[in-house]
Design a binder for this molecule. Sequence first.
Ligand code: NDP
Length: 448
Amino acid sequence: MALKNEYLKDIYNNLSAKSAHEPEFLQAILEVLESLEPVVERRPELEKWGIIDRLVEPERILQFRVPWVDDSGKVQVNRGYRVEFNSAIGPYKGGLRLHPSVNLSIIKFLGFEQVFKNSLTTLPMGGGKGGSDFDPKGKSDAEVMRFCQSFMTELCRHIGQFTDVPAGDIGVGAREIGFLFGQYKRIRNEFTGVLTGKGLSYGGSLARTEATGYGLCYFTEEMLAAAGQSFQGKRVVISGSGNVAIYANQKVTQLGGKVVAMSDSNGYIVDEAGIDFKVIQEIKEVKRARIKTYLDYVPSAKYVEGCKGIWGVKCDVALPCATQNELDETGAKALVENGCIAVAEGANMPCTPEAVTLFQSKGVLFAPAKAANAGGVAVSGLEMSQNSLRLNWSFEEVDQRLHDIMVSIYNAAAGAAKEYGMEGNLVAGANIAGFLKVADAMLAQGIV
Ligand code: NDP
């Protein structure tokens, strides 16, 4: 542990003792506390008012049983979670993840990160996250619907447009949001913007589907531009092939780059001619098939079993867009040796701390998830605004606002890093900039 400040050290040691079985949560906490050392030293009132002690503790954790009946008539039971982390600057806001790896540690780490990310967007949203260990892969539409209905039957008593507004994440796309919304509306007898990522026919926002991937590229473009670079002519590797990865591919291509590799949890494909995002969209969004079927469309492409090897594919820019801790030190070394100049996190915490340290020590430009993938929740915030106004903005209008928000997030992170003597360190800058607004709101609201 590299913490030097006694107040922060105490907080971390206490939390480590209490949450020893929550490694992802502790990993996310430590990274933020390290960044906040110069802030805590400059502002003693943060310790006096116990701001960090309160910040690392979720306001509320909900865990519940989700029983449902599969197509063979058998009863299945999953675990549901919602962690309402911090509501200092607005209603809890953050996605729902459906994946067999989901547990409380993962939901707490995601909820904690969400607090800072939402603050960075400048929109009035607190942080939360939820999900279940249910695996939608291989389930029929009817099974997914019954699961979502059961999940929402419990969740609906805890959420609301002014309280907590969930959205999608891994395993939760348009289909799942539709089922969840339908059940909320039925039980609560109200049509409100209680979820974001909704379909366009019932209150969704144009450009929400594209927002995280596009926003990631807008942020990366700013980071590259500050170093006199751009996407033009660059080879780009994107891990994952879900919502974030697909639209990152589309935007990279529009900005003049070439996406040469993508993956799923089974393996990765390499296409030297550039991977067409429409083919991946068809495979993943329409057919819900594996990425290796890309070879049926483009026989000249190559498929390699196992997803970790993707970081050995030579590239100038790497965009990890699958899941947490997917890019470790070995992957980072391979990227550096192959001359990669920039890494931007599309997924949440995809790079291990060792990988981040290596990038920073080798002068690789590095964009942390909290800042770089905030475009999704930013447009979710814009969806909430449109729902409240009972108006729909055009695709171009939402995209322009998204672009402006990503530029302002880059400037806020770069500016905070400079102000606190860590110029160029966007990890520290994003943590500090996100923190300050939440801390000031907490100070103003007293000990709650
Ligand atoms: P999707 O479910 O659409 O896609 C996830 C992709 O990552 C799939 O290709 C999946 O492969 C792969 N993946 C998931 N888990 C693993 C794993 N354990 N090992 C290897 N590969 C894995 O999710 P999203 O694109 O929405 O989310 C991707 C990341 O981006 C997550 O970290 C999420 O938290 C983050 N994010 C998403 C936002 C959004 O708006 N959707 C907003 C901000 C962050 P397979 O199909 O084989 O499982």
